[in-house]
Design a protein around this ligand. Sequence first.
Ligand code: URA
Length: 437
Amino acid sequence: MSLSSNALNPALIIARKRDGETLTNSEIGAFVKGYSNGSIPDYQASAFCMAICLRGMNTAETTALTEHMLHSGVALQWANAMRPVVDKHSTGGVGDKVSLVLAPLLASVGLYVPMISGRGLGPTGGTLDKLESIPGFRTDLTARQLQEQTQQLGCAISGATHEIAPADQKLYALRDVTGTVPSRALITASILSKKLAEGLSALVLDVKCGSGALMKTERAAVELAESLVTTSAAMGVATTAFVTSMNQPLGAAVGNAIEVEEALATLRGAGPSDLRALTLTLATELMLLTAQAGTEHQAKTALQDALDSGAALNKFTEMVTAQGGDLAHLPSPQKKTDVNALTAGFITRIDTEALALTVIALGGGRRLPTDTINHQVGLKILHKVSDHVEPGTPLLEIFAPSVTTDICKQLRTAITIEACQPEPPPLIYQTLRSPAQ
Ligand code: URA
């Protein structure tokens, strides 16, 4: 059987991948097109995804899959753009509100950020859910509205509508129920098909590792980061990935409205030091990748000034107003309950996944896609790994309408206290740049 006839036969394409063979660009294209237009049914697409999960894909195959998924929808064109178009993607973490600070920060120093974001996935929070705690904030901009607002204000943050990489939306829903989410090639194509549809000049990736992340180990995170950087560079976009820690929450706040409050504090030049440091690192890299600064020092100084002067906060306010939001009525956190330490010692471990699952159990996240979120629910984690505590020291605050003793116990056991002081874990484990940079 020749390759050209295989390209038209889904069963043979699946069988070739099952046997560990390398698929051609046209076979991958035929599969993406067939699944998008409904001529390939779910059962064949499931088998295709499972074969990829088990056999993997090389760079050429992953790039072809990404390109075909990207071109299943519209791709933004910036023919007359006077500024570089950039974005960041995070694989998702607990307390990760970087996008809320980063997009207006970069816009305030003259870059365009048409950010397409997602909702909470498993334990990890979603930028759209956080922004929707601002009354009236619209996250359903059309591709055209996203582009127009970016050209007017410098930034917009919205969801992937059916116009952007629709093949990914269909395939992701299928992967979710067929045990095929954790494939490096499928994750790479899924993330990059949406991000590169924004027509970017440069992209930074925050690949998180730890208990509350998609990738639990540094090794798995580095492998995903390598796949993302290589594929994105093969598609002509200057890309850097940072492998960062999710072995403790980023900042102190975990929830929705409470994370918006913390992002606002950071935009005012205050906020937690780890959130500010990571945001500055990601933004600095984008300024260097797009030659908007000659040196790291120049980039960082401009960005720090934008945070400390209120320029980034003004940009955030403009963006919220343009998208219909009313910051004056951000819901305040619900009734507070403290959870205190029972013993003296050093914090050696924070189980971020357990914290996030408790927020979901309290109504601050979704168990099912149809669940509604109580945006006022959240946690404030008052200490970091390596901090010393005494019996009675408050470890965290719970904001929820009703809190049982079981919930308090569950949260207390998510924070391990031991006699020996550990080193504080690094914020950034590794940086991976594409070879041409
Ligand atoms: N995020 C995505 O957008 N896609 C994946 O496959 C995994 C995480």
